[in-house]
Ligand binder design. Structure first.
Ligand code: ADP
Ligand code: MG
Length: 256
């Protein structure tokens, strides 16, 4: 790991669905330990950008670099080729992803959800995986819920299990796509508190969110997207209090 190099570097990333250009030459970089929040209207390309970061969506052009390595592709002699499935899987483990819908295994307990991938994918010893999973469940405030099934947990608790499950893979960066958007309002705070704690501990995070106060207080860098481009980016307090572009101003007038 080279801490002078950004952990994530996105260069001229473009993506279309049919004739619809959803991402138009996006450049961004994320330093080690930084929290980047991405805001913007629905349909502006935020999820597609996040999904391109870990190659869940294959860009049409442009490259994402993770710690200097291109994501999803590699050089064979002097041509770039898609990685093999195993190479891509290994790279993806370095990027944890948390979605709006928690996607826990319904027939597994919280603990079983958290130890599944470390044991099956990373082939870690079960006792070690359980110890680490219990520590992570404690960290997200659910040490006493380890034996509960998802349907016995609130949405906020399920999302915290999903965060613990992602962390169990020991990712280098955590990607969040509107992690609180599916939650009842009274449950949003407990999830944001866990994310804030992660940020304070130095986790590198990219967070698509509509929670402007979280963005203002926790983000090091705020990106405003509209129509597949980054319209404006910078320190959150500056972008939020003194937006330079008309599109940013009208978006913020609607959400703040
Ligand atoms: P956001 O997350 O900002 O709401 P998205 O990245 O989900 O935006 O979507 C951007 C645009 O791309 C939208 O118009 C959406 O309908 C379109 N889109 C997203 N995924 C697909 C897909 N798999 N096929 C076709 N169109 C898509
Ligand atoms: Mg989205």
């Amino acid at each position: 790991m080279n801490s002078a190099m950004p952990l994530l570097n996105v260069e001229r990333l473009s993506k279309s669905f049919g004739t619809h250009r959803v991402l138009n030459s996006i450049d961004m970089s994320v330093k080690h330990g930084d929290v980047t929040c991405i805001v913007g209207p629905s349909g502006s390309g935020k999820s597609t950008l996040l999904r391109c970061l870990n190659y869940l969506e294959v860009p049409d052009s442009g490259v994402v670099f993770l710690d200097g390595d291109p994501v999803g592709i590699r050089w064979h002699g002097d041509t770039l080729r898609q990685m093999s499935f195993n190479e891509l899987a290994a790279q993806r483990q370095r990027m944890g992803m948390v979605f709006q819908s928690f996607n826990l295994f319904p027939h597994k307990t919280a603990l079983e959800n958290v130890i599944e991938a470390p044991i099956i994918v990373q082939r870690r010893k079960k006792a070690e995986a359980v110890d680490e999973a219990m520590a992570l469940l404690d960290k997200v405030g659910l040490g006493d819920r380890a034996q509960y099934f998802p349907k016995q947990l609130s949405g906020g608790q399920q999302q915290r299990v999903a965060i613990a499950r992602s962390l169990a893979m020991r990712p280098a960066v955590m990607l969040f796509d509107e992690p609180t958007s599916a939650l009842d309002p009274e449950l949003v705070g407990e999830v944001l508190a866990v994310m804030r704690q992660l940020a304070e501990e130095g986790m590198t995070m990219v967070v698509v969110t509509h929670e402007m106060s979280f963005a203002r207080e926790v983000a090091d860098h705020l990106i405003f997207m509209d129509g597949g481009v980054i319209v404006e980016a910078g320190p959150p307090k500056e972008v939020l209090s003194n937006p330079q572009h008309a599109r940013t101003k009208s978006f913020l007038a609607r959400v703040l």
